[in-house]
Design a protein around this ligand. Structure first.
Ligand code: SF4
Length: 209
């Protein structure tokens, strides 16, 4: 990677980490996917129960595969026939893994959800939440973070799931109320009441969308 981009990433990560700290959350910088995986495995003790929402970034650094071993209790919701039991197990986990749709340079996290399993677990339930977030999702302020979530992340997600929404054909948010909309719940995490609950690994390589 170009050394000027590397330098900019380090500086931006420092700014975001400072913002997260001011909000009772903890941030880390990993220049590469490999460093991000190493840091995540340092933070999750062996034997932990771990659940996750749909988080491409977590898959892309290899974390979900690394946790699907006998050393961890990985709660794989796809393996549950009873989806309600899977959801309740996820809420009771030691760790919930997630990415976010956007975050601000001063540390506010923005997430949009259709079923709300992800945003509800971020808000409360699992003992700790570990985010893996690429620096390409950092926006200057909350307004631009909301715009990114609705105009970049959401239209890509509807394509991923083959949903019938206006943004699936326009590529940008049309503020729909379609039955397939994934924009049912918006979670803005501006402060964590519980110190040491929310941890964010910022990654210098592009991940997710
Ligand atoms: S509100 Fe509708 S059109 Fe806008 S991003 Fe969400 S699903 Fe797409």
């Amino acid at each position: 990677m170009n050394e000027n981009i590397v330098k900019r990433n380090e500086l931006l990560a420092k700014t975001v980490i400072k913002g997260l700290e001011s909000r009772n959350m903890t941030g880390y910088y990993a220049a590469t996917k490999e460093e991000a995986l190493k840091k995540a495995l340092e933070l999750i003790p062996k034997g932990s129960s771990v659940s996750m929402g749909g988080a491409m970034s977590v898959h892309e650094i290899g974390l979900s595969d690394a946790l699907k071993t006998e050393e961890y209790n990985f709660i794989d919701r796809d393996a549950y026939e009873d989806k309600r039991a899977a959801m309740l197990a996820a809420y009771d986990a030691d760790f919930f893994l997630s990415s976010c749709n956007a975050l601000t340079s001063d540390g506010i996290l923005v997430n949009i959800d259709g079923n709300a399993n992800r945003v509800s677990a971020i808000a409360q339930g699992p003992k700790k939440v570990l985010f893996v977030v690429s620096l390409n999702k950092v926006c200057p302020d909350l307004d631009s973070a909301m715009k990114r979530a609705r105009n970049v992340a959401a239209p890509v997600n509807v394509q991923r799931f083959g949903l019938k929404t206006p943004c699936a054909s326009t590529g940008t948010c049309m503020d729909c109320k379609s039955p397939d909309t994934i924009c049912c719940q918006f979670l803005i995490t501006r402060f964590s009441r519980h110190k040491d609950r929310i941890h964010v690994i910022l990654v210098g390589e592009d991940l997710g969308f």
